[in-house]
Design a protein around this ligand. Structure first.
Ligand SMILES: [Zn+2]
Length: 492
C-alpha cells in the first residue's frame, strides 16, 4: 500500500481518495484540481484560490521561478508558501514542457530536485522527456528510456518529506505507456502524471487520450495517484476521472480569460458570442454579458478567470458526488454529448470496459440507460461474464414477458435488454433494477442476444427457449441455432 494515497470510494475507474502531503501537513481530497500559478502574473491570488474556491493544492513552475531572479531569491529566502501566500499543498513542475517547446535546459535531475526542495515544494517533478504523439516508435522508446533513468536517479535522491512525481510517457504507443506505468510504479516515487497529453487535448483527440490513460493505468497499481497533466477543461474531467485520474491542473482558467473565453462544461464560448450567462456563480449573477464586455482589460480578465474557476471547481464537486451516488457514467454520458470528439472519448472508454469492471462496484444506486452506448457499460459485460457461473435447469424459458405457461419448462428467467437473461431471484439486485427506456434500441437488443448466446454456449446440454418481443432478424441471428425461438408478439 502506497503511504501517501488512500482510496475511499470508487465508481467505474473513478475514485474519491486522500492524498497525504507530509511536507505541507495537509491531506488533499481527490479528484482535485490544481490551479496553475505563474508567480509573475497575479490573475487570482493563491490566498483567494484557497478562501473563495476551496483550492487545497496548486501547481507552479520551478523553471519560471528559477529563471526570474527576484522571484528565485524570494523563494529561496522565504519558501514558496510565504512567497505565494498559500496555506495548502504546492506542487512544482520541472519545466519539461518548456524544455520540449524551447529546447534543452542544462540542469541535472539532482539539481532540479534540490532546487525544488530548497524553495519549499511539497511535490516535486523530475525533468522527464514529454514525447509528443505520433513520433516514431524508436524515438518514443529512446526518450522513455531517458525518462526512466531520470526517475531512478530521482528515486535515489535525498528529498526528505517532499513527495516526488514520476511522469509516465510513451507517446501514442499503448505498450510503451503500460511499460512506463509499470516501471514508474516500481520506483518509490509518489504521484504519477500521465505526461504529454496536452497535444492530444489541443487536437480534441479524447479517444487517444483515453487509450493513453488506460495503458498507463494497466502498468500502475490501483493505489497509485494519477495526475492527468495539463488537462484543465471542465468538459473532460468526468471522462478523465472515470478512467482513473485523480489530479488535474488548470492553466486554462487564466489563459482562456486573457482571451475573453468563457468555460462551460459543454465547451468554451467567446464572450462576444454570449447573449446570456448560463451560470449562477457570483460573477455571472452580478454581471450581464454587456457588463463584462464594458470592463477594461484587466478587470474583465479577472472576472472571467473567476467564473472559469467557479465552473471548474463546481464540476469537480459534481464528479465527487456522482462517485458517491454511483452514477459517474451517467455524467460521462451527458458530457460526451457536448462535442462529437468527447463522444469518441466515451466510446473509447467503453472499449476498456473489462479493465474498468475490476474497480467498478458490484452494487450501486441505479443504472440509467440513457444512450445506446449504455449497452457497453462494465455492468453489462460483468453480467455476461458471470452467466457462465449460473446453474441452468434441463429446460429453461427465457422471456421478456411474464413467467412461462404451465409446466412446459423447469424454470423461467427474465430477459432484459441490454443485460440478457437472469434468474428472477436477481430482479431486485443491481444492475437489474436499471431504469430502461420503454422504447429500447438495437444496441440493447444485440447486447441481450449476446447474453443469451453466452448462456447457451456455457450450457450446451440445456434446452433453452427464448420468448422475445419481435426482435429483428439481424439480432436473432446472434442466437445459436440450438435455442428455440418464440415471438411473443405473434400471440397478440
Ligand atoms: Zn459563472
Amino acid at each position: 500500500m502506497r503511504e501517501c494515497f488512500e482510496v475511499r470510494d470508487t465508481d467505474v475507474g473513478g475514485r474519491i481518495g486522500e492524498l497525504t502531503v507530509p511536507r505541507a501537513d495537509v491531506t488533499v481530497e481527490t479528484p482535485a484540481l490544481l490551479p496553475v500559478i505563474n508567480p509573475n502574473l497575479d490573475t487570482i491570488s493563491p490566498r483567494r484560490l484557497a478562501a473563495e474556491f476551496g483550492a487545497e493544492i496548486l501547481i507552479t513552475n520551478s523553471y519560471i521561478i528559477h529563471g526570474t531572479e527576484d522571484v528565485r531569491e524570494a523563494a529561496l529566502e522565504d519558501g514558496l508558501h510565504d512567497l505565494l501566500d498559500f496555506p495548502g499543498a504546492i506542487m512544482t513542475d520541472s519545466g519539461s514542457f518548456q524544455l520540449s517547446e524551447y529546447g534543452e535546459i542544462d540542469v541535472t535531475t539532482e539539481e532540479i530536485l534540490e532546487f525544488q526542495h530548497a524553495i519549499g515544494s511539497d511535490i516535486a517533478t523530475p525533468v522527464d522527456i514529454p514525447t509528443p504523439p505520433d513520433v516514431s516508435r524508436e524515438r518514443a522508446a529512446d526518450e522513455l528510456e531517458t525518462t526512466q533513468e531520470r526517475l531512478e536517479i530521482a528515486d535515489d535522491a535525498e528529498t526528505g518529506e517532499m513527495l516526488v512525481s514520476a511522469p509516465v510517457q510513451g507517446s501514442t504507443y499503448p505498450d510503451l505507456r503500460e511499460a512506463a506505468g509499470h516501471h514508474a510504479d516500481g520506483t518509490g516515487l509518489d504521484v504519477f502524471p500521465v505526461g504529454a497529453i496536452v497535444p492530444l487535448l489541443n487536437d480534441y483527440r479524447y479517444d487517444d487520450m483515453v487509450d493513453a490513460v488506460a495503458a498507463a493505468k494497466r502498468g500502475l497499481g490501483a493505489d497509485a495517484p494519477v495526475h492527468l497533466f495539463g488537462a484543465g477543461h471542465p468538459m473532460m474531467f468526468a471522462l478523465g476521472v472515470a478512467m482513473g485520474c485523480d489530479l488535474f491542473d488548470s492553466a486554462a482558467y487564466a489563459l482562456y480569460a486573457r482571451d475573453d473565453r468563457y468555460l462551460t462544461v459543454r465547451g468554451t464560448r467567446h464572450l462576444e458570442e454570449l447573449d446570456y450567462l448560463p451560470c449562477s456563480c457570483p460573477v455571472c449573477t452580478e454581471h450581464s454579458p454587456d457588463d463584462l464586455r464594458a470592463l477594461s482589460d484587466k478587470p474583465r480578465e479577472k472576472e472571467l478567470a473567476a467564473h472559469n474557476l467557479h465552473v471548474t471547481f463546481e464540476e469537480i464537486r459534481r464528479i465527487k458526488q456522482a462517485i458517491r451516488a454511483g452514477n459517474l457514467l451517467e455524467l460521462v454520458e451527458q458530457r460526451a454529448r457536448a462535442h462529437p470528439t468527447m463522444l469518441d472519448g466515451y466510446r473509447t472508454l467503453l472499449d476498456h470496459a473489462a479493465q474498468l469492471e475490476r474497480s467498478d462496484p458490484v452494487s450501486k444506486g441505479a443504472f440509467f440507460y440513457t444512450s445506446h452506448e449504455s449497452a457497453r457499460r462494465p455492468e453489462v459485460l460483468r453480467h455476461h461474464q458471470r452467466l457462465d457461473r449460473l446453474s441452468v435447469p434441463d429446460s429453461l424459458f427465457l422471456t421478456e414477458g411474464g413467467p412461462a405457461r404451465g409446466d412446459e419448462f423447469d424454470d423461467s428467467w427474465r430477459v432484459e435488454p441490454p443485460f440478457g437473461p437472469f434468474p428472477r431471484s436477481l430482479s431486485k439486485s443491481y444492475p437489474f433494477t436499471a431504469e430502461l427506456p420503454a422504447r429500447t434500441d438495437r444496441a440493447a437488443l444485440e447486447a441481450a442476444a449476446e447474453g443469451v448466446a453466452r448462456l447457451a454456449e456455457a450450457n450446451p446440454d440445456a434446452e433453452i427457449t427464448l420468448g422475445h418481443d419481435g426482435w429483428p432478424t439481424a439480432v436473432l441471428e446472434r442466437i445459436p441455432s440450438g435455442v428455440s425461438l418464440i415471438d411473443l408478439t405473434d400471440d397478440q
